[in-house]
Design a binder for this molecule. Structure first.
Ligand code: SF4
Length: 280
């Protein structure tokens, strides 16, 4: 009877929550990163300071033009890891963005924080407090793709371990930043991997957003990997909704057909990111 309800009756009913379209300004600080994660478009070596050919990080003028061009529901700041600009530059960057816009700012991720923590020896808690002071409202979910260490060692050997990622999320919440997690869905993901990841996420108190990210392989070293099947995405959405009835489940609009979006919305996706503008 449960199965009948889930697959036959439920899709005919109106979705439990309305679908919220989130207009996003994406600011990418650099498209190079030394960390070489196999699933990432940015995974190319960044030249060293003194011999670099990398273009400089995004300028304040770029930001001003982008922010004033339209209104946004969310500003996302992200980028690869280099050693060109110091942490203080990025804090000022976020401060500058927040002085130009009232939109919530999702700035950097646990991976970037750990990078600067190691390079500049700044305590993580201080960095999170600085981000909050600068105007960030949440930390990005980057680094939390799949919280299974064996998998991480295979495709992202330099990444922080699952426990480190989780503890930085917890610290971020203590600094007043909203908690955001993600799940990278790839073809062949198993129910065991999904459940291990969701089990790890139980450690985050007051988890409010889970972003589902279908693996996009076009220009990453994992380009040979097939994209996930719609049924794999559906299984992930159902598993999340079963465990977290109230968490927001977010996907990127550009990756979904209209039919796929309708189906996933019925099963629990309730926010969709639309890239309104992208710089960097
Ligand atoms: S750390 Fe982030 S930006 Fe760098 S290669 Fe990995 S996923 Fe890409």
């Amino acid at each position: 009877m449960d199965t009948l309800l889930r697959y036959v009756v439920e899709p005919l009913l109106p979705p439990a929550r309305p679908l919220n379209m989130v207009r996003v300004l994406r600011i990418t600080t650099t498209r190079q990163c030394w960390m070489q994660c196999a699933f990432c478009d940015f995974s190319q070596y960044a030249p060293l300071v003194g011999h670099h050919t990398a273009s400089p990080a995004i300028s304040p003028d770029h930001i001003q033009q982008a922010v004033s061009a339209a209104s946004y529901d969310l500003i996302k700041v992200r980028g690869g890891l280099t050693v060109w600009e110091p942490w203080s530059y990025f804090v000022q960057l976020v401060r500058h963005i927040s002085s130009q816009s009232r939109a919530p700012i999702q700035a950097f991720s646990a991976v970037e924080l750990m990078h600067f923590h190691r390079v500049e020896k700044i305590p993580l808690r201080d960095m999170l407090d600085e981000l909050r002071w600068a105007g960030a409202t949440s930390l990005g979910p980057g680094g939390g793709e799949l919280l299974v260490d064996e998998w991480r060692e295979t495709v992202a050997a330099h990444r922080l371990r699952s426990a480190e990622w989780l503890s930085i999320q917890q610290l971020a919440m203590e600094s007043g930043l909203q908690s955001r997690a993600m799940l990278l869905v790839f073809h062949g993901i198993t129910p065991e991997l999904i459940q291990s990841h969701l089990h790890a996420l139980q450690a985050i108190r007051d988890l409010s957003v889970i972003e589902i990210k279908p693996l996009r392989t076009a220009s990453s070293p994992m380009a040979y990997w097939d994209p996930p099947h719609l049924l794999e995405l559906l299984a992930v959405v159902q598993a999340i909704r079963t465990q977290w009835p109230h968490v927001d489940i977010v996907m990127n609009r550009t990756l979904l057909s209209e039919d796929a979006l309708t189906l996933l919305h019925h099963h629990g996706v309730n926010h969709v990111y639309i890239t309104a503008k992208e710089i960097g």
